[in-house]
Design a protein. Structure first.
Length: 114
């Protein structure tokens, strides 16, 4: 886990990955990251909502914001990976227009055309 955190911090510092946060009363409650893959595709990752703030639509709001950001910056698709066993997240992404593209034993690649 420490290697992943270091990689993320390094990518943020090198302007490879952007982090977005959602705050309520100046308190961090959710966030996600976006990482451009190429001039066509941007990658959505690390969506997290604080446990006591879940089921209030914050995750949906952040996904919508990421999609809007991608469209405004002329990307043609946004992709993400979801754990195979995370049925609720997979359902949420499908409701938001993401379509499963590839699957292995652990992850499902999902893509939404913009």
């Amino acid at each position: 886990m420490k290697l992943r955190k270091k990689r993320i911090v390094d990518e943020i510092n090198a302007n490879i990955r952007m982090m977005f946060v959602y705050a309520v009363n100046d308190e961090y409650v959710a966030g996600f990251s976006l990482k451009p893959i190429n001039e066509i595709q941007i990658y959505f990752a690390y969506l997290v909502v604080r446990e006591d703030m879940r089921n209030q639509g914050i995750g949906s709001l952040l996904i919508d914001y990421a999609v809007t950001y991608a469209k405004q910056n002329k990307y043609k698709e946004i992709s993400l990976k979801v754990d195979v066993d995370n049925i609720n997240a997979k359902r949420l992404y499908e409701r938001k227009g993401f379509i499963p593209s590839q699957k292995n034993d652990e992850k499902i690649l999902m893509i939404r055309e913009l």
